[in-house]
Ligand binder design. Sequence first.
Ligand SMILES: [Zn+2]
Length: 330
Amino acid sequence: MTGAHAPLTLAGVTAAPGTTMSGTLDVPARPGDSGTSIPFSILHGASAGPVLALVAGVHGMEYVPIVALQRLRSSIDPASLRGTILMVHCANMPSFLGRTIYYSPVDSKNLNRVFPGRSDGTLSERIADVITREIVGRATHLVDLHGGDGNESLRPYAYWITTGDPKVAAESRNLALAFGLDHIVVDDERPKDAAASMYLSNTAITRGKPAITTETGCLAQTDERSITLLDQGIAGVLRHLGMRAVGPPALTSPTWLKRNSVIRAGATGLFYATVERRDHVAAGARLGRITDFHGQTIEEVLAPFAGEIMYVVDTPPISKGEPVAMVSAT
Ligand SMILES: [Zn+2]
């Protein structure tokens, strides 16, 4: 980076070098909904460097990232930072305040399937559009912070997206290693079309910006262990990018998960898991069963291959086509 380090302005809020400023991005109302707002902070370092976007709350019941960023905002001193952190504290306010898993209570869409969004679309599509333009547009690197949703029991892991520009993929791999979660899902199936990027991290990648998705915490809990894991992950990324001198070292030999299967319900009813996160299962092992609303078993859910349970639904409601578990193997 060369030249003078200018102030950074977002949504009318200007952060001078070495300061932290906060504000909200507005998603204006349109016929059909009343709009929403997206709280953000700019931690603008004293000197120029990478612009790292940290996004929490794309899924509003994934609380660990949301709570972690609340604390991290005041614990990072911008005067000792090189570059800039753009924090999105809660991307999906309707889902957060409405306490919904997966889908917005306003338009029933999954925000992490509608990127890059549309300026004239439904509320989730407009949130995606604002984040794409205002956050991804300003960032050089991005971490999309997720966890098991309110219904999911999940072990921590990260996604490394391999599709697209090999240089971007190589640096995304470095981000995954720097974040430090020792199980990394290798995802080679994401769309390469920037106009149909679907996922937030893929929206950054298809625009030439290295990115990862991380998963810490689950079941609507805010446990300290998961928050610490996430704090350590961000500290590792800041060190890797040269934004701070201190931080944990990158992983050298994580478990790369190249075979991954999201198992979906074949029926609607009640799901009873018979495995737990981190369990290792054999091919064909029973993961759980689905009953109808009178208690009769209507489906046995089986493992498609031998692997580890990354997450499993741990609450009864299940609808046909929804995920019940993810099994991964090396
Ligand atoms: Zn999520």
